[in-house]
Write a protein that binds this ligand. Structure first.
Ligand code: AMP
Length: 282
């Protein structure tokens, strides 16, 4: 496995393979890789000739009081995982290489990035994500890129920007990988104390309660939301930021249950913020 740090070397590698007709798969990550990342890497490995994983803790997608400096960076472990999964290139640019002096362009997807859910809660976040992903696509020039349903709004934003900017990358969104007790895997789960780790399954349990209510025929979205909130209230350390029934395409909140529904939520346990979602329907 090659480890490339300079965007120029990464671009040259991709360009050469593209010219030879090789299909390039790409999994962008911030590292601290777990089985959720591994499932994206495996799915990409099956569908492409060459596979690039980027590991870049992107500073522009963190707000001023967020966890940029303490975000985990277990690079030896991450490289070993990539090597074991048959990754061809691990792309590990530095912040300076990605944002050199004079850098000023941003990519903005206004509705998804700033009006809804994560976008409203973290106004800088998706501008950072959209910009870095556009930049990474420009460097790697993949045919296929894989993202996790775990970050549903992020995947929606990326599909939007790829369509709007004619980037010519196929986007594949893969199911969320969970721990045995239902907690969605996340690099941030390691911040949870043992007690908080127990409590953290409450978000998944709330979605299950919501799904059950829908399956039992409840039609009013706010009734289902109330049921989900009541479930979260069983854990005194958990605080709801939002919990909603949304349209899976537009992410707009629903008033009534419809054929396909996205249950979307963010909770806080202590200082740790957890997001998750579940697709369901009736
Ligand atoms: P991150 O390193 O957190 O930026 O995530 C990199 C990619 O892995 C994103 O496309 C995430 O949506 C995806 N991902 C993160 N957690 C999971 C999970 N539990 N299951 C599936 N994909 C995930």
């Amino acid at each position: 496995m090659k480890i490339l740090r300079a965007p120029r070397s990464m671009a040259a590698w991709g360009e050469r393979l593209r010219r030879e007709g090789v299909t390039i798969g790409f999994v962008p990550t911030m590292g601290a890789l777990h089985d959720g990342h591994r499932s994206l890497i495996r799915a990409a490995r099956l569908r492409c000739d060459a596979l690039v994983v980027s590991i870049f803790v992107n500073p522009t997608q963190f707000g001023p009081n967020e966890d940029l400096t303490r975000y985990p960076r277990p690079i030896t472990h991450d490289r070993a995982l990539c090597r074991a999964e048959g990754v061809d290139v691990c792309f590990e640019p530095t912040p300076n290489a990605m944002y050199p002096k004079g850098f000023q362009t941003i990519v903005m997807v206004p509705e998804i990035a700033q009006q809804l859910w994560e976008g409203a809660a973290r106004p800088h976040h998706f501008v950072g994500v959209a910009t870095v992903v556009t930049k990474l696509f420009g460097i790697v020039r993949p045919h296929l890129a894989l993202f996790g349903q775990k970050d549903y709004q992020q995947a929606t934003l990326i599909k939007r920007l790829v369509t709007d900017l004619n980037l010519g990358v196929t986007i594949d969104v893969r199911p969320t990988i969970r721990e045995k007790d239902g907690l969605a895997m996340s690099s941030r789960n390691r911040y949870l104390s043992p007690d908080d780790r127990q409590a953290a399954t409450i978000l998944y349990r709330a979605f299950r309660a919501g799904r059950q209510a829908i399956e039992e025929g409840i039609k009013n979205a706010s009734t289902v939301e109330r049921i989900m909130r009541k479930t979260v209230a069983q854990e005194p350390t958990a605080h709801v930021e939002y919990l909603a029934l949304c349209d899976p395409a537009s992410l707009e909140p629903l008033k009534q249950v419809q054929r396909q529904i996205l249950l979307l939520g963010a909770i806080r346990i202590g200082k740790v913020r957890l997001i998750d979602n579940m697709l369901t329907g009736c």
